[in-house]
Design a protein around this ligand. Structure first.
Ligand SMILES: [Zn+2]
Ligand SMILES: [Zn+2]
Length: 313
């Protein structure tokens, strides 16, 4: 099951690390100050997901690439409109005369709309952008698919949903056969929806369909990260489209209810509004994140109380 860890302390900006089980790979959502992010973790990040480039979400991008450069790996960066130019500007602001051209490669995916994602690559030492293609899928690797919503925060703010791939369980206790390589053949037929596939067990051929009762499909865990957004109906409609029935969602809750006028002014959310939309989305668990830096620990508790009251009520 995907595991998220908040790497920022109270009064720091926001950065959430997502760890993939049984894999050395991590993803990171936003690059705010993150005292708890270790060098080893930064080096294991294979994809960076940026909601928007307000400084509190983007300032530690340098801190992360500082540890990644030299890895020789390809790292994907997903983000809103113009993210490619902002990454380019950041990378070009340093001197790279001692860096090899294979030190790293970034593949940047600029989210223009739900159907239009522009892909660019950029590499040292000159960091000139190269346009590769336009595609309609944001991100997929061997572990997850990533869906998203483009929310309004007076600028695009991308909310991401990480969907672990479904898995298939074999129920040995109800099988009359000896285990063997036929189990993985059967699983493949099941995953490919191929009931006519012939499976050989102990010298006899069986139709896959007749063996499917030995398997069950486990739906992959769904983990969401919703950063800065205005607490309004347009955003809520988009959030419901993508995050309905998610297992766990981290959601921006910048203000206390008593400061909701500021939320409105700054296109942010507040405690009971974030809790309520999570309830309406039928998510199993939700966690409020990214509080105003002027808040104390008591304010944070107040936010959490109002949030969970609206979420669980
Ligand atoms: Zn913001
Ligand atoms: Zn913010």
């Amino acid at each position: 099951m995907l595991q998220a860890e908040i790497k920022s302390l109270l009064k720091e900006d926001i950065s959430i690390l997502i760890k993939v089980p049984n894999s050395a790979k991590h993803y990171v959502c936003d690059c705010g100050e993150a005292s708890l992010l270790t060098v080893k973790e930064a080096q294991a990040i294979s994809a960076i997901f940026i909601s928007h480039t307000h400084i509190d979400h983007f300032s530690n991008f340098d801190g992360i690439f500082r540890h990644q450069i030299g890895s020789g790996e390809k790292v994907v960066i997903c983000g809103p409109r113009n993210i490619h130019q902002q990454i380019e500007a950041r990378l070009k602001s340093y001197t790279w005369n001692l860096i090899d051209e294979n030190a790293i490669e970034y593949e940047i995916r600029e989210i223009v709309s739900k159907e239009e994602i522009n892909v660019y690559t950029i590499r040292p030492p000159y960091w000139n952008l190269e346009y590769v293609k336009t595609q309609n899928v944001l991100f997929e690797d061997e572990y997850v698919n990533v869906d998203f919503a483009i929310l309004d925060h007076k600028t695009d703010s991308i909310a991401y949903l990480f969907k672990e791939k479904d898995s298939v369980t074999f129920h040995e206790n109800i099988s009359d056969f000896k285990n063997g390589k036929w189990i993985s053949e059967l699983k493949t037929a099941f995953e490919n929806n191929d009931p006519d596939k012939e499976i050989e067990i102990e010298g006899t051929l069986y139709k896959a369909l007749g063996l499917f009762h030995l398997l069950t499909r486990n739906e992959g865990y769904k983990l969401g990260v919703i950063m800065d957004h205005a607490a309004d109906e347009d955003n809520y409609k988009k959030i419901k489209d993508v995050f309905n029935h998610a297992d766990m969602v981290y959601i921006e809750t910048f203000y206390k209810d008593e400061d909701q006028e500021f939320a409105k002014m700054n296109h942010h959310s507040f405690a009971s509004a974030s809790g309520k939309i999570m309830k309406e989305c039928n998510v199993k668990e939700a966690i409020p994140i990214h509080f105003s830096r002027r808040y104390t620990e008591n304010d944070q508790q107040e936010i959490e109380t109002a949030f969970y009251k609206a979420f669980r009520n």
